[in-house]
Design a protein around this ligand. Structure first.
Ligand code: HEM
Length: 429
C-alpha cells in the first residue's frame, strides 16, 4: 500500500524475491512464513527456486483438482538439479528412476491406480491394525520404566517402517540400510545439497536403485508372496502395459519413502503438537474418543508433507496470475491448511475443529494418497497407546532440528520425559 511505500518487510514483491524454501522462516514454520503471501500475493514467482509458489487453500485445491492442466510429472524431479559429476555417478549405477504413480499423467495413471487399489481399501487394512498395536506395545514395554526417551528412535521411526515393509511384502532384513537410503532419496528429490553432497547422495541413491532391483528379483522368486509389491509384480506379468517394468522398479524405491517417512514424520509432529498444547493432550487422555479428529487436526496443523509440485501444461491463469506453459508450481499445503479463508482461526490448534478433515496433507483429487488410511490408523494407535499408558508425558527441553528440504517435515528427534512412579500401570497394575 502507499502507506507502507516500498518498505522491504511489507512489500510483497520484495518478500517474493527474497523467498527461500531451504532456509530461515520457511524451514522453521512454512505456514507462518507464507502468511504475507496468503494475505497479499497468493501466487508468486520465487526466483531462487524457479517455481511459482501457491499458498491459498482454494488455489491449491484447484491445482490438485485438474491433473491435466496441472500435471504431476515433476513431483519426483530433483528440485536442485544434479551436477554433471553427480549425474555421472548416478549413471554408473544404471539409475533410471521414472514414473511411479504419484508423478504419472493420465490416462496411464488411473488405469494403474485402479489395477493396484485393492490392498488399500479399508476392509483389507483391518488385519494390519493388530500388528501396529502389537509393535507399539512392544516398543513401549522397552522404555516405559525409564523416565526419558527419544520417541523417534524408540517408536515412531521403526514401527511405520515395519508396517510399511509388511504391507508391501518387502523382506524386513535390511532396515538399517533402508534408513540411510531414505534420507538420501529425500535430500536428492526435495533438498538443496551442496555440489560435494550431491556426489555422496548420488552414490546412496544409485545403491538404493540397485537394492530395489535386487529386492524385486528376490520377490519374483516367491510367486505366492503376500503384500502390495507382490501384487504389483503379479500385475506386471498380467498387464505389462499398465504395470510396466519401469514402474515396478521405480515404485519399489519410491514407496519405501512414501509409506514410512511420511507416517513417521506425521506421528512425530503429532506428539510435538499435542504435548505443546497441554489442554488438548489432557482432553485426549480423559476421552480417547477424541483421537480420530485430533489426528486430522494434527495432520492439518502440522502435516508431514508441507508442499507438493505440479507443472502447467498450457498457458493459464491462477487467481489472476498468468502462468506460462511449463511453469513449475510449488503448492504449499501447510499454508493452505492454515488459510483462515477456509479454516476459522486457521493458525490455532483445535482438536474440536469440525472441518479439520478438509486438510490437504494427503493431497486431493485423482492422486490423493492411496495410503492415507494406513497412516491415519498408525497415528491413532500410537496416540491411543501413549495417552493411555503415559498420560503424564511431557516434552523435554530441547532444540529441534529438521532435514532442510521443501516437502518432508518433522523433527529429527523428539525427547519426552515422565516420572515412571506415576505410570498408571504401576499405580493400578
Ligand atoms: C500419494 C502424503 C502415507 C502411498 C501421496 C501424496 C501425498 C501423500 C501428499 C500426493 C497426493 C496428490 O498428488 O494429490 C502422505 C502422508 C502420509 C502418507 C502425509 C502419512 C501421514 C502413505 C502410506 C502409503 C502411501 C502409508 C502406502 C502404504 C501413497 C501412494 C501415492 C501417495 C501409492 C500415489 C497415489 C497416486 O498418485 O494415485 N501421499 N502419504 N502414502 N501415497 Fe501417501
Amino acid at each position: 500500500s502507499a502507506e507502507h511505500g516500498s518498505c522491504p518487510v511489507s512489500d510483497p514483491f520484495a518478500l517474493a524475491r527474497a523467498f527461500d524454501a531451504f532456509d530461515g522462516p520457511y524451514q522453521l514454520d512454512p505456514a507462518e512464513a507464507l502468511r504475507w503471501s496468503r494475505d497479499q500475493l497468493p501466487v508468486f514467482y520465487a526466483e531462487t527456486l524457479g517455481y511459482w509458489v501457491v499458498t491459498r487453500y482454494d488455489d491449491i485445491k484447484a491445482v490438485f483438482r485438474d491433473g491435466i492442466l496441472f500435471s504431476p510429472r515433476n513431483v519426483l524431479e530433483k528440485i536442485t538439479p544434479a551436477t554433471p559429476e553427480a549425474m555421472e555417478v548416478l549413471k554408473s549405477y544404471g539409475y533410471a528412476m521414472n514414473r511411479t504413480m504419484v508423478n504419472e499423467d493420465e490416462p496411464a495413471h488411473m488405469e494403474r491406480r485402479r489395477a493396484l487399489m485393492d490392498h488399500f481399501i479399508p476392509a483389507n487394512l483391518e488385519h494390519h491394525q493388530e500388528m501396529v498395536r502389537r509393535l507399539t506395545r512392544e516398543k513401549m514395554d522397552a522404555f516405559i520404566d525409564e523416565d526419558r526417551v527419544d520417541l523417534v528412535e524408540s517408536l515412531l521411526y521403526e514401527v511405520p517402517l515395519n508396517v510399511a515393509l509388511h504391507f508391501l511384502g518387502v523382506p524386513e532384513d535390511e532396515i538399517a540400510v533402508l534408513r540411510n537410503f531414505s534420507v538420501a532419496h529425500s535430500v536428492n528429490t526435495w533438498g538443496k545439497p551442496t555440489d560435494e553432497q550431491q556426489i555422496a547422495i548420488a552414490h546412496d541413491v544409485g545403491q538404493f536403485w540397485q537394492y530395489a532391483g535386487t529386492v524385486i528379483e528376490k520377490m519374483k522368486a516367491e510367486p505366492e508372496g503376500t503384500g502390495w509389491m507382490h501384487e504389483t509384480i503379479r500385475k506386471n506379468v498380467e498387464m505389462p502395459d499398465v504395470v510396466t517394468d519401469s514402474y515396478v522398479h521405480s515404485m519399489m524405491m519410491a514407496i519405501i519413502v512414501a509409506a514410512h517417512e511420511t507416517t513417521s514424520l506425521a506421528s512425530t509432529n503429532m506428539f510435538k503438537t499435542l504435548l505443546s498444547n497441554r489442554e488438548a493432550w489432557d482432553d485426549i487422555c480423559a476421552d480417547p474418543s477424541l483421537i480420530p479428529n485430533a489426528v486430522e487436526e494434527c495432520l492439518r496443523f502440522a502435516g508431514s508433507i508441507v508442499a507438493w509440485r505440479r507443472q502447467v501444461t498450457a498457458p493459464t491463469t491462477l487467481n489472476g496470475v498468468d502462468l506460462p506453459e511449463g511453469a513449475k508450481l510449488l503448492i504449499v499445503q501447510a499454508s493452505g491448511n492454515q488459510d483462515e479463508r477456509h479454516f476459522e482461526g486457521g493458525d490455532s490448534f483445535d482438536i474440536y475443529r469440525d472441518n479439520a478433515v478438509d486438510h490437504l496433507t494427503f493431497g486431493y483429487g485423482s492422486h490423493q494418497c492411496m495410503g492415507k488410511n494406513i497412516g491415519r490408523m498408525e497415528m491413532r494407535i500410537f496416540l491411543e497407546e501413549m495417552s493411555r499408558r503415559l498420560p503424564h508425558l511431557r516434552l523435554a527441553e530441547q532444540d529441534f532440528t529438521y532435514l532442510p528440504n521443501t516437502s518432508f517435515r518433522g523433527p529429527d528427534h523428539l525427547w519426552v520425559e515422565w516420572d515412571p512412579e506415576l505410570n498408571p500401570e504401576r499405580a493400578q497394575p
